[in-house]
Design a protein around this ligand. Sequence first.
Ligand code: RB5
Length: 146
Amino acid sequence: MIALASDHGGFRLKEEIKEYLREKGFQVKDFGTDGEGSVDYPDFAWRATKAVAGGECQKGILICGTGIGMSITANKVRGIRAALCHDSFSARMAREHNDAQVLCLGQRVVGTGLALDLVRIWLESNFTGGRHCSRVEKIEQYEKEK
Ligand code: RB5
């Protein structure tokens, strides 16, 4: 199950990503928002990201105008590694090196074609483990010191 969420600034792209994922056979849980009326991005980022942290969803995709607010909020959820990616190399590395469970995108930054490519690349890429395991574990250790 993939958690999806946006604010008003990411609503249209969220709908396009939802359609794309469903066409590809993924199950999607949409945490809103439901239209282009102004809302506060932390509310939507938080709910969707908690579903990933709690295991209800395996991955999450969050969209706002820039992706920045979504990524800042998602990274406040314990155990979550959220990556803001607007190029294909970063989308791949976010999985291979950082094991990011959440992808953040900015609707006002990238077009739909690139955004769907980023989603595809991020979903197709896997954590390579090895030396990256201890680095990811260190993030978890530092998080405990908060
Ligand atoms: C909303 O105007 C905008 O601030 C939001 O979508 C996002 O870009 C925040 O980081």
